[in-house]
Design a binder for this molecule. Structure first.
Ligand SMILES: [Cu+2]
Length: 233
């Protein structure tokens, strides 16, 4: 991709609005919005992104540490494997109902890791079967042109062949209607294009408690061998 003779860049910024989230309201944390470009059919671009095969053996990483998945939002290309190293002194799990099918790496001990390959595009909501507060999102994309926003909301998509694209977004706390409404068509030139700021409203977002992998409510949290104080959320 980096060897393209003429390639453009798309630079932009998102602003989260109407949020109930403390990190957004108090700290202007606009991170974790996934932004990507999909070539429009009949595009002038000579090498549509989706025709570029994913790098063989591509591996990304989502760490388990302090009873948190990090990063919380991870965009990857179709065909990429994700490692889930457990850096905590306690057991963890990772599971999801992905494409209607359960993936489940089982309970695994401190200092070990598990790997899952994601072969189809989609939004994968990841949970831990024993810690109800743990969640993450893996966004599996059929394009090489994607990024998750930084805390300031900035994103930069590089090495994009010039042409017509659909600029699309995923945000965990935005409704599908909102995400559809901000999808836009853009022309990528042979240089850099800077977009005006894009507002994403979190209005209408409702937190729905998730179940464990058996489809049941979470029971009492494990004592985690006393590693974490009981009051900790
Ligand atoms: Cu866990």
């Amino acid at each position: 991709m980096a060897s393209l003779l003429s390639a453009g860049s798309v630079v932009g910024r998102v602003e989260l609005r109407d949020s109930q989230d403390a990190a957004v309201r108090k700290h202007m944390d606009f991170s974790g919005v996934v932004v990507w470009l999909e070539p429009v059919n009949g595009s002038l671009g000579s090498s549509p992104g989706s025709s570029i095969p994913p790098p063989a053996g591509a591996v990304a990483r989502m760490v388990q540490k302090d009873k948190t998945f990090t990063p919380h939002v991870l965009p990857i290309r179709v065909g990429t494997s994700v490692d889930f190293p457990n850096f905590d002194p306690i057991f963890h799990n990772a599971f999801s109902n992905y494409n209607g099918q359960l993936f489940d790496v089982g309970l695994y001990p401190p200092g070990t890791s598990r790997r899952v390959r994601f072969a189809r595009p989609g939004v994968v909501r990841v949970f831990c079967n024993i810690h109800a507060t743990m969640s993450a999102v893996i966004v599996v994309l059929n394009t090489p042109y994607f990024e998750a926003t930084q805390k300031n909301g900035n994103f930069q998509l590089h090495d994009v062949p010039p042409g017509e694209y659909s600029l699309r977004f995923f945000h965990e706390r935005a409704t599908q209607t909102t995400l559809d409404s901000i999808t836009r068509r853009i022309t990528v030139p042979e240089s850099s294009v800077t977009l005006p700021a894009i507002g994403i409203s979190e209005s209408g977002y409702i937190v729905i408690p998730h179940h464990n992998k058996y489809g049941h409510d979470y029971t009492d949290p494990p004592d985690d061998n006393g590693v974490y104080p009981a009051v900790r959320k």
